[in-house]
Unconditional design. Sequence first.
Length: 126
Amino acid sequence: MLRFVKLINKNTNVLKNVINKNGKNIGNIDITISKGDPIITEMLIDEKYRKKGYGSLLLSNTEEELIKLGANSIILNLWSLDRCFFNYSRFYSKKGYVSFIDNNKNNVLDDGNNLYYNLKLIKSLY
């Protein structure tokens, strides 16, 4: 059901975990490795499969795979629409993620049509 694929390009390491159902890709997590730290930069579950446990399954499997690779913690750095921010924040909080403090003041992006908020969290894997 789940597969973990390590993709390497010349400038960066990217890990991708994909969840499939009946041979169809229904979601993925993309992780960038920066200075040895895994950072979730995208998590997506197709709308039809949301709120059915697939996101939780994909996230927990990704954490297990990162532990196998020797990671001690995982950082989450996602952008979300303002109307979705608190739902996403609650989801990750229930999974053990806590606020990640950094000095980047660019936590809001306005594209003229929508506001996006930067969700920065961290979780210890031990």
